[in-house]
Design a protein around this ligand. Sequence first.
Ligand SMILES: C[S@@+](CC[C@H](N)C(=O)[O-])C[C@H]1O[C@@H](n2cnc3c(N)ncnc32)[C@H](O)[C@@H]1O
Length: 493
Amino acid sequence: MSKTEICPVHKKCGGCRYQGVPYEEQLKIKEKMVGKLMGKYCKIYPIAGMEDPKHYRNKVHAVFDRDRKGNIISGVYKEGTHQVIPVESCMIEDVLADEIIGTIRKLAKSFKIKTYDEDTGYGLLRHVLVKRAFATGQVMVVIVTASPVFPSRNNFVKALLKEYPQITTIIHNINDKRTSMVLGEREKVIYGKGYIEDMLCGKKFRISAKSFYQVNPVQTEILYKKAIDAAGFTGKEYVIDAYCGIGTIGIVASDHVDTVVGVELNRDAVRDAIGNAKANNIKNIRFVCEDAGRFMVRLADAARRDSSVRLPDVVLMDPPRSGSDEAFLSSLVKMSPKTVVYVSCNPVTLERDVKWLEEKGYKAEGVWPVDMFPFTEHVETVVLLSHKKPDGHINVKVEFGEGEGKVPLDNIAKRAESYKPKERVTYKMIKEYIEAKYGFKVHTAYIAEVKRDLGLPMYDAPNAVEELKQPKKHPTAEKVEAIKDALKHYKII
Ligand SMILES: C[S@@+](CC[C@H](N)C(=O)[O-])C[C@H]1O[C@@H](n2cnc3c(N)ncnc32)[C@H](O)[C@@H]1O
């Protein structure tokens, strides 16, 4: 890229720190930055860059305002302020998205729509968000207003669709709070299905207005492939996909493992994730809508109390920029999955969390930087961590038998028995016990229900969000007794 192609607003916008820096050089700078933070732990592999590093962003947000002359403008906030810098086109944003936003500016003028004034709280139009699915061509437009009353809304939508028939859904979002958050709680689908669908790594994904979706789909495929390759799946693993968003990594990984549980805080994203698993006909994945740290604490706790709770073999984690938290990491360490694959968009919090895990028995084995955000200073990174084997051993001489300083043999047998790991009791074992003893079969959901009624942990049962959608049947009294008998037999109660 030549130095003459510098964006006129880059200094005020502050997004593209590497304006005018040749792309190859940008990659070197990012690789060096990751090396500086992570090089002390393990090998840093060469950064994966883009062939064409422009117009990669599939999500474009514009804030609306008026300039001093009263003209409607849209763009970005000046770095560190709430002053709007007009942007007509941007070298990293999707071209169609920028054009649609430009047309909304024009329509707002002809429909005499007032832009929202943050200082006075007057006016209607606050933001426009455009999301585009590069693989399918579907386009979502979210119009954010300060009030639910949007005069001539239908005609406005008609005029927009006339210019851009490729728009597949339009959402009216209402944000009446004095906040820097773009989207408000309330939204109404005013055209189309209310979501768009994209393809990633051969799987279909539905994306809602409020769900997180990686902004650079070309590099996301590379990122997910690196994460899945790093995990080295054999097909038998129980995997937790923590901070899973709309389930993308877990769904892509599901073909290579036994079971995946995705954990995510945002309800809309979990709803998308459940729909995505169904749309791709994936049966070995389920989703939990919960704080990831809380989920891990509950799972570690349940595993301590009930040996039938299955522990993860691999944890894939992709937290927000702030990184993970101690609740999550300390429970992870308690469950000691043999592999952790950490995907991060912030090398600083990544280093902090990896340091913590290294101190608690994990070893970083490899770091793969991926350039998801060309021209900006941001970089995405995949780190593989493995559980450390014991460092060495010490020799202790022990004499067995009777008498002082000797260890009686029957004591050893007793202690060995008490240290023997408890057999992991699975739903399959409970079913087989019941079928052999009582001659009838019981459904997993019935075992789950009895366990729940007895206050036992439910981690192997279908996830709560999905369960709500199923019509509920209950086991007969005879089956309840048989299940309780099996639980007693296996010393769970
Ligand atoms: C960087 S995104 C990754 C999403 C997904 N893995 C992907 O590749 O699209 C982080 C996700 O973590 C979710 N999140 C943030 N804080 C969380 C928390 N405390 N517990 C669970 N999920 C959280 C966000 O809603 C977001 O979907």
